[in-house]
Design a protein around this ligand. Sequence first.
Ligand code: F6R
Length: 360
Amino acid sequence: GKGEYDHFMLKEINEQPTSLAQAIEGRIDPVNGRIALSDFEPGTFDDVDSVQFVACGTSYHAALYGSLALNQAGVHSTALLANEYSVSAPPVDENTLVIAVTQSGETADTLSALKQAAAEGARTLTVTNVVGSTAARAADDTLFIRAGPEIGVAATKTFSSQAVMLTLLGQRIADDVQGEPPADLETLLPELESMPSTIDQLLEYSNAASIAEQYSESRSYFFIGRGLGFPVALEGALKFKEITYEHAEGFASGELKHGPLALVTPETPVFAIFTGQEDEKTLKNAEEAQTRGAPVVAVCPDGHPAVEVADEHLTIPDTDSDLAGLVANVQLQLVSYYAADLLGRPIDKPRNLAKSVTVE
Ligand code: F6R
């Protein structure tokens, strides 16, 4: 049941310290400073020369996150929408690892991309929450995110667990492909281990409810981020539109000036996500919106230069830039939740949507 919570979504947002602890349990080896995935011993990915992720919706955002992290670790990788795969897949061969990311393991679009990749000779791997799901059975290998059941139609805890597991898996792949652990692994590991408590703290002090209230009468909501903040901007907007029924869009920070700026007015708050990757550029992009009257909400740690400039601040704990976007995403989940609640929306079952989409 929902226990003390009004909605499953709020319960599942609050479960993230637990679901993340379950996801990483036994999968980090602090003694040797390595990722320890029992099904993927060192050497498993020696022959991989590129990685393609296939997924839809929120899982696509987690896939994009994983793909960008893998590129940053020096491994050739792309994230593709599963429903576009049949018409525009890049070529694959036996050295291509195709990773399907699907919470339910039953999304028809994702299953068909996975089957196509396998038929064309790629090696396949499924990252999912559901043991025994069709996608788990269809791939050569599986990695379970262990988030526990998710009832709310809007994916929350499964997104964070997918992104964290893709971060772990990406480090493992990069280690094999490059023959040595990625350079920043040493600083990443302790931050990964403390992520459950980092999010626990954030849930205690979040001011997301008051931010949601302040801007609930707006016309449109924009989310911008750069690097690993970009998939988080996309996810922030998807969650917002799904459950509030208000218009929201996510952009790469640098894209704002290439068109979307025409939409910016005092009635379009801009949520700017700072992950420590070229933050000064994102701040400049946010200021361009602010100059046109848009209120800017900075999602960043206390003491960050953006706090001075922004109209409002959603604070996040200081953490590794590989994880900051995921912590920021929890604040955005809460903003969406409280905005939808104020608007009286049926949060756990938004109109026209289903928990698992089994048609193409
Ligand atoms: C959004 C949402 C959907 C799913 C998408 C893929 O909150 O839940 O966008 O992420 O339908 O579903 P799975 O992960 O089951 O393949």
